[in-house]
Design a protein around this ligand. Structure first.
Ligand SMILES: [Zn+2]
Length: 134
C-alpha cells in the first residue's frame, strides 16, 4: 500500500489466502492503515473473501461458537474470554465486546470502538439485526 510508517488504526488479517496464484494472496497477511484499506479498490472483495473464510472455519471452532450469521455479519461467542466477536462482511473487521457490556455497546458504546467511517457504516447497517440477538 503506501510507504508511510504503520500507525494506528491498522487493518490486518491472518494469512487466509493460501493459494499463491490468487491475485490477492500477497495482501492476506499484510497490515495496512485503515485509511489506505478503505480507499483500496479491492477492499470490498477482500473483505468478503476474509469474512467467508472465517465463517466457514467457524463451524468447527468449539471455543468460538457461532451465535448469529447473516449476509452482513458473523457473531461468535468466545467461551473462554466471555466476549463476543462481531465480524462485518463489508469490512472484514471484527469488534470484540465483553459479554457483560453487550447491551451498552449496542446502545452507543460501539461508537467508541469504530476505527473508520467505512466500519461505522457497516456496523450501523448491522445494528438492527444485532439487537435481535438474545
Ligand atoms: Zn498506508
Amino acid at each position: 500500500m503506501c510507504q508511510e510508517p504503520l500507525a494506528r488504526p491498522i487493518f490486518a488479517t491472518s494469512h487466509f489466502i493460501r493459494d499463491p496464484l490468487h491475485d490477492l494472496h500477497q495482501f492476506s497477511d499484510v497490515a495496512m492503515h485503515w485509511s489506505c484499506y478503505a480507499a483500496w479498490p479491492e477492499q470490498a472483495r477482500f473483505a468478503a473473501l476474509y469474512f467467508d473464510s472465517i465463517a466457514s472455519a467457524a463451524i468447527e471452532n468449539e471455543l468460538w461458537p457461532v451465535v448469529h450469521r447473516s449476509s452482513k455479519v458473523l457473531v461468535r461467542y468466545g467461551v473462554l474470554v466471555q466476549e463476543l466477536s462481531v465480524l462485518l462482511r463489508a469490512t472484514g473487521s471484527d469488534l470484540r465486546v465483553p459479554e457483560n457490556e453487550w447491551e451498552d455497546w449496542l446502545n452507543d458504546r460501539w461508537r467508541e470502538q469504530v476505527r473508520h467511517s467505512l466500519e461505522e457504516t457497516a456496523l450501523r447497517d448491522a445494528l438492527g439485526e444485532l439487537r435481535q440477538i438474545g
